[in-house]
Design a protein around this ligand. Structure first.
Ligand SMILES: Nc1ncnc2c1ncn2[C@@H]1O[C@H](COP(=O)(O)OP(=O)(O)OP(=O)(O)O)[C@@H](O)[C@H]1O
Length: 626
């Protein structure tokens, strides 16, 4: 099966998808080791299961296992996290116009910020020469690098013109208000709702990012400004939920239409950690923060739980109970691809929180999202129609090839219908002249050379002609504007043979000599079309005439044959429409009404026509004799 185009793959991806949940177990911290904590959580070899060993009363041990899409142990480094979590797949989707969300949850000090941002608020230190610690880069820095690389590849390797633009925003939800981390002087931002975007933060600063460094600058600024506090469990504890969003718009062009825009979005959500006041010993302002953090996480838990039970929509799921859940609506049960990283400490002393996080993750696994490309309704319709056209063209071409017909596209691009190709009722109305031949045939020569089946081309031509209303309606026909001498020659010829030349299209190569070289006398004497054709062929060879293919009718006549059986196809259809009131015809003699028209082809095609294997002039042939 042929590979689907990016546009096709977009549409085909529009199906429901579960939230992917991974667990990351960090190493025991120095403090935990000093405190003599044991390692109670391990990642099993299957790479998916987290095993928790709980000490009961006495020597009783309880082992519990939790299975996820993946489970990474304390030795997994940042590289492996990026790879095992298949982040690249999500980023590719963003470039195709999807929303993707990566969220890190877990108790305080469990490694959420380390996973998302790396060590020391791990913004990649690309700007600070000498401080490059790429190994420690978190998912955000790695993702941004990948996006830029991928955009470069996509724009330079693609035939299709595409333009990507990236903008970044960074905000935090702190004490039930939204702060723009890129504009500390600004008052808290409002969260609004629109039918198109759902809940969104109003008036957020979106920074245009043309380079990697632009995004890193945003990350540094945001990380510096987020609320951090110090407590017993984490000296750099995030006191807010932070959401960094990359808006990746892609414009691409189909045909001559206005560009189609897709609005990809990548959300990195670093949730504040839940904490037990008894352990964190928070007090004062921090106590209030803790209350708000725990409250919003509790609401998040309710939302996750409702969604995992199959409840859907704003009414059934308590999104509106906190700012965080409002802003996560698209990521949880919405149209975003989503990945949750449940971060846990392996310490036996943190077991309650770890179990709570693992339950959280287990619930989240059941949430089903319906990812879809973000684009304007008009663009969606245009794209759908374009895809439909592509599909129909493929189907048409398959059917045509099965029927042995020419590829319509090939013909359409190579031939235009000459307006003077009219049905001929010759001698009944004066021949009209047109000033210029506008029959384009050069493309046909190419097609003809490459494609041995002239029959196919003629069939296609005939179809094109059939579409031209004039062909049937015009009772006269037009010829090209020949010089007077030529015309008189032609008239001579017509008088002499009692036949008209129904339609002759010429190119610049046509000249007086061309016609004077045609041996009419000989053709008439020969009473054989074959000989006439030969004389024409000589003429063509000698003089470079583009060529004439005469459409000879006779489908309703007994013993019908034309120049050959093969090219008859191109004529029959026409004749059925144009020859209603014809007189009966006899072999070798044809009434005027029998003429069906002509198709001009270039020299190559014409010569090919003359060389068709089926012999001309069969006994039963019903042809013109010039
Ligand atoms: N996988 C890991 N490998 C090495 N060190 C880690 C790992 N995960 C976390 N750490 C270290 O543990 C400490 C706490 O991690 P971090 O600040 O990321 O926790 P957190 O979950 O974001 O906490 P909070 O919710 O309080 O902000 C940090 O010093 C961090 O460097």
């Amino acid at each position: 099966m042929a590979a689907a185009s990016p546009e096709e793959s977009i549409m085909s991806k529009e199906k429901e998808a579960n939230i992917n949940v991974y667990v990351r177990i960090r190493p025991l911290s120095r403090e935990e080791i000093i405190a003599g904590d044991k390692c109670a959580v391990t990642a099993l070899k299957d790479g998916k299961t987290a095993q928790v060993v709980e000490e009961g009363g006495g020597y009783k041990l309880t082992t519990r296992t939790f299975k996820f899409d993946g489970c990474l142990g304390p030795t997994a480094d940042q590289d492996q996290v990026m790879e095992r979590l298949k982040v690249v797949k999500m980023l590719d989707s963003v470039l195709e116009g999807y929303s993707s969300t990566i969220m890190a949850c877990g108790q305080t000090g469990s490694g959420k910020t380390y996973t998302m941002s790396g060590r020391d608020e791990g913004v990649h230190k690309g700007n600070n020469l000498g401080k490059m610690e790429r190994k420690e880069d978190g998912l955000i820095a790695r993702s941004v690098s990948y996006l830029f690389e991928s955009i470069n590849k996509r724009t330079s390797n693609s035939d299709q013109e595409k333009i990507y633009t990236m903008r970044a925003s960074y905000y935090e939800v702190y004490n039930e208000q939204v702060n723009d981390l890129l504009r500390l002087d600004a008052p808290p931002r409002d969260v609004k709702w629109s039918s198109k975007d759902g809940f969104y933060v109003d008036n957020l600063l979106l920074v245009d990012c043309e380079t990697l460094d632009d995004v890193f600058a945003v990350l540094e600024e945001g990380s510096r400004n987020r609320k951090v506090g110090s407590h017993e469990m984490n000296k750099d504890s995030s006191r807010s939920h932070c959401i960094m969003t990359l808006h990746v718009d892609s414009n691409f062009w189909i045909g001559d239409c206005a560009p189609i825009t897709r609005y990809g979005r990548m959300l990195f959500v670093d949730l504040a950690g839940s904490e037990r006041l008894k352990k964190s010993k928070s007090s004062g302002e921090m106590l209030r923060e803790t209350g708000n953090i725990n409250r919003s996480l509790f609401t998040l838990g309710k939302v996750i739980s409702a969604l995992s039970e199959g409840k859907r929509g704003d009414g059934m799921v308590p999104y509106r109970e906190s700012l965080l859940t409002k802003l996560m609506m698209e990521s949880l049960g919405g149209n975003s691809l989503a990945l949750m990283i449940a971060c846990v400490s392996p310490s036996s002393s943190a077991l309650d929180e770890t179990l709570s996080t693992l339950h959280y993750g287990t619930c989240a696994k059941h949430i089903i999202n319906a990812p879809s490309v973000n684009m304007d309704a008009r663009d969606k319709v245009v794209l759908e129609l374009e895809l439909e056209i592509v599909r129909l063209k493929k189907e048409n071409s398959l059917l045509r090839s099965k029927l042995g017909l020419a590829d319509e596209e090939e013909i359409a691009t190579t031939v235009t219908i000459p307006p003077y190709c009219a049905s001929a009722k010759r001698n009944k109305s004066p021949r009209k002249t047109s000033t210029e031949s506008n029959c384009k045939t050069s493309g046909l020569a190419k097609a003809d050379l490459g494609n041995p089946s002239l029959e196919k081309q003629l069939k296609g031509l005939e179809k094109l002609f059939a579409k031209d209303g004039n062909f049937y309606q015009d009772s006269s026909y037009q010829s090209v504007n020949l010089p007077r001498t030529d015309r008189s020659l032609m008239e001579d010829f017509e008088r002499h043979t009692n036949r008209s030349i129904p339609s002759v299209h010429t190119s610049g190569a046509f000249s007086d000599t061309t016609w004077s070289n045609v041996d009419y006398e000989r053709a008439e004497r020969a009473k054989s079309e074959e000989l006439w054709i030969n004389s024409m062929r000589n003429s063509i060879n000698n003089n470079g005439l583009l060529g004439v293919y005469r459409g000879l009718g006779g489908s309703k006549c007994k013993g019908q044959q034309h120049i050959s059986r093969k090219n008859r196809i191109s004529v029959d259809h026409l004749s059925a429409r144009t020859r209603k009131a014809q007189s009966p015809c006899k072999y070798g003699v044809r009434g005027d009404d029998d003429f069906q028209g002509s198709i001009t082809v270039n020299e190559n095609a014409f010569q090919r026509l003359l060389n068709l294997s089926t012999p001309v002039g069969d006994k039963d042939d019903d042809f013109y004799q010039y």
